[in-house]
Design a binder for this molecule. Structure first.
Ligand code: ADP
Ligand code: ZN
Length: 525
């Protein structure tokens, strides 16, 4: 690249954009000036330019550490089309190919060199880097250094050595994950003590957030896709590989072009599916969360979750893949009681110590609270990331169709006394289904067999429908007034349950809207 060009020249002449966005300009000037930076910017915010432009302005090669091996080729091709000298080193290269890139680097022919973190951990890689001139280090997806995050990569922990070996080379760490805790952890673990922090707003105003009660997920999904997103590209996230395959089949059977993506598929199939999704119009990718990190497809019109994400960070990141072009898009999540039971079970049986499990639990609780809120989803989401907005958004389901809240104290007492009788008096383990049957006064075989029709609470809950009881249970779980444990989702009391039973605490619950937000109302522009 010709030297002497300023950041704005490079933006216009190389990348063809008129103006910087948000903090881009400040970040870029800071790094060009040799400063370290920690950049927290939402997906689609334009993080790449923050290191690509300094790479072109500063002498030497920018070394970009990225875990996204599958995308390196793509990124490098895009840069080369713009006339930027870029190369990458990862496990997909054979020895000869790697030698070519290494020689280019040593000869000072590269503006950018992308490298996978596991590669960098090898002594050979460090010797190679010592042969060239380094303009800066960019550490992409920096939250991978966080041991609490779901993207943890052990190799990221070694990256602090870059600073020890090259103390004068500026470093820029970038991520779209931004709770205060992760933020601090990145700074500490990467040794970014002197770094300036650039925190952008995490609001994605063009994404409409909607969370619905899961009844018949397939039918609900189909209605959502047919009613609002015919012919549009989007992602459907499922928890397991098995459900990915089944839902993809189901959509295809119903005339919706869908592709599966999960870590259990053959590499080639995965690459093909990803490629088709990026290049063709109107495909629906049904995937586990293995799909999506670093995917830059601007016109993803919706992200649907058929299972509850494990944390708000995950939810935010996954939904953030919608609407990168700024056009109206929808984040739709169907969630039910079974999700809570299943995730609690996964936490209970997860590896790791008590602290780790408590951490997972807290993440899940925050996610549940978001699902059950009567307040604006967006403000809750932003508040979680420490960005209070203090206003409502008019572009989420709770703003568009405010749910009523009702005094559920009596309902909660009925439910909790049922749980109390089973747990404390009879020492029996039952899940939501049996409790609801007791409350509704249903004489099923299982009720008769266990003499549950003899309980005083039998039939006291016939004023609510089964779906309403499920909603009550979900919300009590979300409020910590009830817990579930074990393989069969046994309902148990918590420390706070007694306050409700003892009439010392009022319980406010959210009433599900009768009809979901219609397509017309949803099409907010
Ligand atoms: P991130 O890595 O933060 O998710 P990207 O760097 O991939 O985001 O940028 C998202 C999209 O925005 C890309 O298509 C990129 O070309 C575009 N973009 C970035 N900066 C600008 C800008 N200043 N003006 C116009 N488009 C931009
Ligand atoms: Zn809102």
């Amino acid at each position: 690249m010709d030297s002497g060009m300023g950041a704005l020249d490079v933006l216009r002449r190389v990348f063809g954009y008129d103006e910087f966005r948000g903090d881009q300009h400040e970040i870029i000037e800071h790094v060009i000036g040799g400063g370290d930076a920690l950049v927290l910017m939402p997906t689609g915010g334009g993080k790449s330019l923050c290191y690509q432009i300094p790479a072109l302005v500063r002498p030497g090669t920018a070394v970009v550490i990225s875990p996204l091996i599958a995308l390196m080729q793509n990124q490098v091709d895009t840069l080369r089309e713009l006339g930027v000298q870029a190369g990458f080193i990862n496990s997909t290269l054979d020895l000869d190919e790697r030698r070519v890139v290494e020689a280019q680097f040593a000869a000072g022919e590269l503006d950018l060199l992308y490298i996978a973190p596991e590669r960098l951990a090898t002594p050979g890689a460090l010797r190679m880097l010592e042969r060239g001139r380094i303009a800066l280090f960019a550490i992409d997806e920096a939250h991978c250094v966080s041991q609490w995050g779901h993207d943890f990569r052990p190799d990221y922990l070694n990256l602090s050595m870059l600073h020890e070996r090259w103390p004068d080379v500026p470093r820029i760490a970038l991520t779209a994950t931004a709770t205060t805790a992760t933020h601090k952890e990145i700074a500490t673990r990467l040794g970014l003590n002197e770094a300036r922090h650039f925190v952008s707003s995490f609001d994605r105003p063009n994404i409409q957030y909607r969370i619905v009660a899961k009844q018949e997920p397939r039918r609900q999904l189909l209605e959502f896709l047919r009613g609002e997103h015919r012919g549009e590209a989007g992602i459907v996230y499922c928890l397991s590989r098995n459900s990915v395959e089944k839902i993809a089949e189901f959509l295809k059977d119903n005339g919706i072009p869908a592709l599966p993506y999960h870590a259990g598929l053959d590499d080639r199939v995965r690459a093909t599916n990803q490629d088709r999704f990026l290049r063709e119009d109107g495909l629906v990718m049904v995937a586990t969360i293995a799909f999506g990190m670093g995917i830059d497809k601007p016109d993803v019109r919706f992200v649907a979750h058929l299972d509850l994400p494990k944390s708000i960070e995950g939810y935010y990141q996954e939904t953030g893949r919608a609407g990168r072009d700024g056009e109206p898009s929808v984040a739709w999540l169907a969630y039910g009681l079974q999700d809570v039971v299943q995730q609690r079970k996964m936490i209970d049986t997860s590896e790791g110590d008590a602290t780790h499990r408590r951490n997972l639990s807290q993440h899940l609780d925050a996610m549940l609270a978001l699902c059950e809120t009567v307040e604006c989803r967006r403000s809750q989401l932003l508040a979680y990331f420490g960005q209070e907005s203090g206003k409502t958004c008019d572009n989420c389901d709770t703003c568009l169709a405010p749910p009523e809240s009702w005094d559920g104290t009596v309902a909660a007492q009925k439910l909790l006394s049922t749980v109390y009788r089973l747990q404390k008096e009879r020492n029996q383990k039952f899940g939501a289904g049996q409790c609801i049957d007791i409350l509704l006064g249903k004489k099923t075989d299982k009720i008769v067999q266990w003499h549950h029709d003899e309980l005083t609470v039998f039939g006291v809950g016939s004023d609510l429908r089964e779906a309403e009881w499920r909603a009550v249970i979900r919300q009590l779980l979300a409020q910590g007034l009830l817990a579930v444990e074990g393989d069969y989702g046994t309902l148990v009391m918590t420390a706070d349950s007694a306050e409700v039973l003892g009439r010392r605490r009022q319980v406010m619950l959210r009433r599900e809207p009768d009809r979901p937000i219609s397509a017309a109302k949803a099409a907010k522009s």
